[in-house]
Design a binder for this molecule. Structure first.
Ligand code: GSH
Length: 206
C-alpha cells in the first residue's frame, strides 16, 4: 500500500488543502506537523527549503499547488475530463495570483511581519478580494451545479471554501456582495468525509 506523508507546520496554511484532499478521498496519510524549533534542522532536507512537502513512498514533492494537483489527479478531484482539469488548473492559478496579492496583509495580520493591518486591509486586501472574488463569482454563477467546474467537487472548491470559511469567521460582511460563496462553502463543507475532517482536525488559529 502506498504511504503518503504530508509535512507542514502545525497550522492550516499552505498544507491544509492537501490534508482535505486526503480526507475527501478517505485516504489515510501521515499528518506530520513540524514544530518551528525543529524546522532549521529539517530545511535543507526539503527540495526547495520550504514546506509543505508530500512524501510518497519515500519520494518528495514540494510546492503546495503541485501537491494539490498530484493528489487531486490520484483521487479524482481534478474534474472529469482534460478540459475540466484545465479549467480547474486555471482557477487554481488565479487563486494563487490572489494569494500573492493579499499576502502582505495576511502576514501582518498573522503576526509574521510588522505593519499597519487596517491600512493594508483597505489598500491591499479589499481591492484584491473584490477583484478576484468577482472573477470567481462569474465562474460559479455560470455553472449550474454549485461547484466551480463541472458537476463534481474539485480541489479548487476546497481552496475557495476554506478561504471563505476563514474570511467569514473574521468579517462576515465581506460576503454581503458575494452570498453565492456562502452557499458554495456550505455545499463543499457538507461532504461527509470532509465534514468529519473539519470537526476532528487539530484546531489552529490559521
Ligand atoms: N510556493 C510555496 C508553496 O506554495 O508551497 C510557498 C511555501 C512557503 O512559503 N512555505 C513557508 C515556509 O516553508 C510556510 S507557508 N517557510 C519556512 C521557510 O521558508 O524557511
Amino acid at each position: 500500500m502506498v504511504h503518503y506523508k504530508l509535512s507542514y507546520f502545525p497550522i492550516r496554511g499552505a498544507g491544509e488543502i492537501a490534508r482535505q484532499i486526503f480526507a475527501v478521498a478517505g485516504q489515510e496519510f501521515e499528518d506530520e506537523r513540524i514544530p518551528q524549533d525543529q524546522w532549521p534542522a529539517r530545511k535543507s532536507s526539503t527540495p526547495f527549503g520550504q514546506l509543505p512537502v508530500l512524501t510518497v513512498d519515500g519520494k518528495q514533492l514540494a510546492q503546495s499547488h503541485a501537491i494539490a494537483r498530484f493528489l487531486s489527479r490520484q483521487f479524482g478531484l481534478n474534474g472529469k475530463c482534460a478540459w475540466e482539469e484545465a479549467q480547474v488548473n486555471a482557477i487554481a492559478d488565479q487563486f494563487k495570483d490572489y494569494q500573492s496579492e493579499v499576502r502582505p496583509y495576511f502576514v501582518v495580520l498573522m503576526g509574521f511581519a510588522q505593519g499597519d493591518a487596517a491600512k493594508l486591509k483597505e489598500e491591499t486586501f479589499l481591492p484584491a478580494f473584490n477583484k478576484h472574488f468577482q472573477l470567481f463569482s462569474n465562474i460559479l454563477k455560470a455553472n449550474a451545479s454549485g461547484y466551480l467546474v463541472g458537476d463534481s467537487l474539485t480541489f479548487v472548491d476546497l481552496y475557495l471554501a476554506q478561504h471563505t470559511s476563514d474570511l467569514l469567521a473574521a468579517d462576515s460582511s465581506l460576503f454581503d456582495k458575494f452570498p453565492e460563496f456562502k452557499a458554495h462553502q456550505q455545499k463543499v463543507h457538507s461532504n461527509a468525509n470532509l465534514k468529519k475532517w473539519l470537526e476532528t482536525r487539530p484546531q489552529t488559529p490559521f
